[in-house]
Design a protein around this ligand. Structure first.
Ligand SMILES: [Mg+2]
Length: 322
């Protein structure tokens, strides 16, 4: 039964991130929490745009300023659609006394594999000692010779682990051809977004010559389902594709095409990360490759992230406690 929302709450948040990618250093991660109140319950959703993934902060803020809780999410910018849908799912699931994965038509695993973002060999060794199932390494911010040496040192520190390299679209065609050839000798599981999402022809051509499997991430956010024709791996972020249902549908489409699916968050607040975790748990299986770096709201033990119990998301922003 549809709930009539009695009050909508929009609260900004920000926290230190200190991440370096091919697009530069990201000092702070900012976003908003949407709360929808009805029948004495409150459902929460996360809105966290990011430059390079289609929607900037000004666009998201403009949509939030005029937000109608009953709006069709598909008419909203993707991160705002994500937050509104997540808040509705959380509210409906709390009322029904079930997890949001049940409302997504999924039967969740109790935990999922995580991968850990590392920058050098020391961090890689520490992650392996903690039981990380896979390592993710940002590349393309430095000259190829530096990336090659750093990735090689990480591979030496973790000879057997699943190693995922992410260029965030930071190479041009010639550089991507050189880089995929050079970095393939470190046996990456995949090289993610070697070219900008706008360079569809370049990605098609690169895939023919790359000795390493390719993954699309920004391309999925920009193109949706057509991006699934460009790579062997689909990295799907609910925040950037317009919500959990859309991410679920893209994941199913990717698997039908034979792609490996990796559901990840967008380094947003624990609320959004938990949404990705719930979806990843619902899709976990032979093709499930986990979420990464989940902090604050999930327990990680030996590389596995446990789902929180309780109805809805199983968690709410601290400021919502009352
Ligand atoms: Mg990526």
């Amino acid at each position: 039964m549809a709930l009539t929302v009695e009050r909508a709450i929009v609260r900004p948040y920000a926290f230190d991130l200190g991440l370096r990618t091919a697009r530069g250093r990201v000092a702070a991660r900012r976003g908003w929490h949407i709360g929808l109140e009805a029948d004495g319950l409150c459902g929460w959703g996360d809105v966290a745009p990011w430059p390079g993934f289609g929607v900037d902060e000004a666009q998201a803020r403009a949509a939030l300023d005029t937000l109608d809780p009953a709006a069709d999410p598909s008419a909203l910018p993707a991160p705002v659609a994500h937050g509104l849908e997540q808040a509705r799912l959380d509210l409906a699931a709390r009322r029904a006394g079930c997890s949001i994965t049940a409302l997504l038509g999924l039967d969740p695993a109790t935990s999922v594999a995580s991968h850990r973002l590392v920058a050098d060999a020391d961090e890689a060794r520490a992650a392996v000692a903690d039981g990380a199932c896979a390592l993710k390494v940002k590349v393309a911010a430095d000259p190829l010779a530096d990336d090659d040496a750093r990735v090689g040192a990480i591979r030496d520190a973790a000879p057997d682990i699943d190693l995922r390299l992410d260029a965030n679209g930071g190479w041009d065609r010639a550089a991507a051809a050189d880089a995929t050839r050079a970095l393939a000798r470190h046996r990456p599981a995949w090289i993610e977004q070697p070219l900008p999402a706008a360079d569809v022809d370049g990605l098609v051509a690169l895939r023919r010559i790359s000795p390493a499997p390719l993954a699309v991430d920004e391309s999925v956010a920009r193109l949706g389902e057509p991006a699934l024709a460009l790579a062997e791996v689909a990295v799907i972020k609910p925040m950037f594709v317009g919500g959990l249902r859309r991410a679920r549908d893209l994941a199913r489409a990717a698997r039908r095409r034979g792609l490996t699916v990796c559901i990840t968050h967008a380094l947003e607040s624990p609320l959004g990360r938990l949404g990705a975790l719930h979806l990843a748990a619902g899709l976990e299986g032979p093709g499930g490759r986990g979420v990464h770096g989940l902090g604050g709201a999930a327990v990680e033990v030996r590389g596995r992230l446990s789902l929180p119990g309780g109805p809805g998301m199983g968690w709410a922003p601290r400021e919502a406690a009352r």
